[in-house]
Design a protein around this ligand. Structure first.
Ligand code: ADP
Ligand code: ADP
Length: 228
């Protein structure tokens, strides 16, 4: 699903920052992967490379067997349709209802309106929000808002979900609900890569853990914990 070959990323500015150094990585279809490491280790940079928000300074990246370096700019929106994104700060449209927020993702890929009307309520039911279709984001708790984001991320049946600290703003119980939802989505076959600082979560779930430090992979374990 995702392959990185000798990938480095240097941010060129007044001071150069080597955010990633010589990363080699293979994430297979259907895997659930935690990215861990201290702040500044390179987790966000790695997720931004995977969705082609940034290009590497060196090396090759393949996602779904496509080279992100060879991809033309005009192909990028089509590529991104295969990926769902979930962010720590939700990034919902505050002036739109729950239904409209999710429908918007389908309309962006020009899905037929009959499909939108069928699929949006179904996906919102799947994430436990079927009573909130007409609510606005500010009327929802943090956990409910993150469920809307998950609904938006999965509504177009992505092959891959990339999440950057999806539980970073949530209390422990709500974090569990959200992570269980991601595990259930993974069970249906979607590959999930999630950066997190949540030690307890990583230790209990026991999935693949890729640990970064100073831009390098320092540990990659099949059933890992937050720390070595
Ligand atoms: P993490 O997500 O693990 O906290 P990041 O990938 O955000 O790590 O950052 C890795 C390093 O790259 C840090 O030193 C950070 O300050 C730097 N960095 C991240 N994004 C940029 C950017 N757009 N421009 C310059 N430096 C950046
Ligand atoms: P997070 O790791 O929670 O995603 P960051 O603080 O790493 O957030 O980055 C937030 C935004 O700021 C990103 O868009 C990143 O590109 C940018 N950024 C991070 N570090 C730097 C930096 N040193 N210089 C410029 N931009 C940065």
């Amino acid at each position: 699903m995702i392959q990185l070959f000798n990938v480095s990323k240097t941010y060129e500015g007044e001071v150069k920052v080597e955010a990633l150094r010589d990363i080699n990585l293979h994430i297979k279809r259907g895997e659930f992967v935690f990215l861990v490491g201290p702040s500044g280790a390179g987790k966000s940079t790695l997720t931004r490379l995977m969705i082609r928000e940034e290009l590497p300074s060196k090396g090759q990246i393949l996602v779904d067997n496509r080279s992100l370096l060879r991809m033309k700019e005009r192909e990028v929106p089509y590529f991104r349709r295969k990926i769902g994104f979930i962010f720590q700060d939700f990034r919902l449209l505050m002036e739109r209802t729950v239904y409209e927020n999710v429908a918007f993702a389908m309309e962006a890929i020009e899905a037929p309106s009959s499909e939108v009307r069928e699929r949006v309520p179904a996906v919102l039911e799947l994430v436990g929000l079927k009573d909130k279709l007409s609510a606005y984001p500010h009327q929802l708790s943090g956990g409910q808002q993150q469920r809307v984001c998950i609904a938006r991320a999965i509504v177009n049946n992505p092959l891959l979900i990339i999440a950057d600290e999806p539980t970073g703003n949530l209390d422990p119980d709500t974090s569990w609900e959200i992570m269980n939802l991601l595990l259930a989505i993974n069970k249906r076959g979607t590959t999930i890569v999630t950066a997190t600082h949540d030690k307890e979560m990583v230790d209990r779930i026991k999935r693949r853990v890729i640990a970064l430090q100073n831009g390098r992979i320092v540990r990659d374990e099949e059933r890992g914990g937050y720390q070595a």
